[in-house]
Ligand binder design. Structure first.
Ligand code: PSV
Ligand code: MN
Length: 430
């Protein structure tokens, strides 16, 4: 393996400073959990086997519709993005896969890109297609739709692009194609609401037909934006109906920011699982809409409740239950590496807390209609500070006990600022 971006000695030295305190905290938490009949090492082992993919586009500074404020040393191409993702994984040990987006991450040799990633300790997760934007020299515009366009040639072009993404994904070792389309309307009457879904389903069936064995198509719904009156795949209802019509390789992907405010997302998760259609997640947080804020920064309790459903699902799996976990955020005001380190920790914490739920107590209270004790079963787990479990799992895997402190100490971004060319100003990403 080629040299990883950060010095292992730097991480080891920082860990040596932090390890006495960690051992004390881990032992104290272990005693506390033991009183509840929970073996802390067993939880730590499950945490150690948890992982979440990072988005290649999340490595750069995002922006809003109004502006983007780049930082010195941010990545300018997929190679530099991979290097930054390797930093995140080296410190956190929980993000070993990168989800690429095409054509943003286009290169001429995908075999070489796969090797380059492997050398950095990384693999590839779901490939994402992009028919929400026109590319230079493209024959047909997506300005009025892609897979659901009224124009047959435009639909064919969108299908072809998705098939190309599958082919690229095969070379990269992926097994999922994530499809989000911005298709929809801004005016009542602009398009026929029924026929636009018919066109989407016909075109999506052509993409589905090209899925190799062992592959899945993950349908990502979103309530609004860029279309502000109607979106073709606007909600989990449209998503599951489309997935059911397409077939068993089609599953639904839940981006946490793609719902109306206050939607009960954990219930959607339980519903999708009930029908064997839960395919994956785009983790982020939201205050008002598709804000793409850092995971757990606004509503960590909701994230915990989602993981509570996922742990229930792990215990009672349905056919093909294998959700793909991924971060999808836009880092507008932070160093993207720091945001993804913090987010990966927030996501893993919620998984660990969900593992601590006393399921027998929860189910018993539910059966007895003991509302308060059912709630307390969740509350008792949510209130545990699981940080020592995560830190111990990371340190044992060669990661950092304090990920952000080690990252800052490495001066990685400052070094990249010397090496990398500056990125331009301009508007942000979607
Ligand atoms: C759309 O808002 C989305 O969540 C989709 O996953 C896109 O592929 C991604 O953001 C990137 O902009
Ligand atoms: Mn998304």
């Amino acid at each position: 393996m080629a040299a990883l971006p950060l010095s292992a000695d730097l991480i080891a030295e920082a860990n040596a400073r932090d390890s006495v305190a960690l051992e004390e905290d881990y032992a104290a938490l272990g005693r506390q959990l033991e009183r509840r009949g929970i073996a802390i090492d067993a939880i730590k082992d499950r945490v150690a086997s948890f992982s979440v993919a990072v988005p290649s586009w999340g490595a750069g500074r995002g922006g809003t519709r109004f502006a983007k404020f780049p930082i010195a040393g941010e990545p300018t191409n997929i190679h530099e993005k991979l290097e930054d993702c390797a930093v995140i994984n080296q410190l956190s040990r929980v993000t070993p896969r990168v989800s690429p987006h095409f054509p943003w991450d286009k290169v001429s040799d995908y075999g070489a890109l796969r090797e380059e990633a492997a050398d950095l300790g990384l693999g590839f997760d779901a490939v994402n297609s992009n028919t929400f934007q026109d590319q230079a020299g493209q024959a047909h515009s997506y300005s009025t739709g892609s897979l659901s366009s009224t124009d047959e040639a435009t639909r064919a072009q969108a299908v072809e692009h998705n098939i190309e993404c599958i082919e690229i994904g095969q070379k990269l070792g992926s097994r999922d194609l994530t499809v989000w389309v911005g298709d929809g309307t801004n005016f009542p009457g602009q398009q026929d609401l029924g026929r636009s879904l018919d066109r989407y389903l016909d075109a999506a069936a052509d993409v589905y037909a090209a899925l190799p064995d062992g592959w899945r198509i993950l349908l990502e719904h979103k309530m609004f934006e860029p279309a502000f009156y109607s979106s073709v795949i606007s909600d989990w209802g449209s998503s599951i109906l489309a997935a059911q019509e397409l077939g068993p390789k089609a599953k639904c992907l839940v981006d946490l920011g793609h719902h109306a405010p206050n939607t009960n997302i954990e219930q959607i998760v339980a519903r999708l699982h009930r029908f064997g259609k839960l395919g994956g997640f785009h983790f982020n947080d939201s205050k008002y809409g598709d804000d793409d804020l850092d995971s757990g920064s606004i509503n960590p309790h909701q994230l915990f409740l989602i993981f509570n459903e996922l742990v229930e699902a792990e215990l009672h799996p349905r056919d093909g239950f294998d959700p793909s976990y991924m971060i999808d955020q836009s880092h507008n005001v932070t160093d993207p590496i720091e945001s993804m380190l913090s987010s990966a920790e927030a996501i893993t914490s919620c998984y660990a807390k969900a593992l601590l739920v006393d399921r027998a107590a929860l189910h018993g209270a539910q059966t007895d209609n003991d509302t308060m004790m059912a709630f307390q079963a969740l509350r008792r787990a949510y209130n545990v500070d699981v940080a020592p479990i995560l830190a111990k799992a990371r340190a044992e895997a060669g990661g950092a006990i304090d990920v952000l402190a080690s990252y800052r100490e490495s001066q990685y971004r400052a070094r990249k600022a010397q090496e990398r060319k500056a990125v331009g100003l301009g508007a942000g990403i979607v």
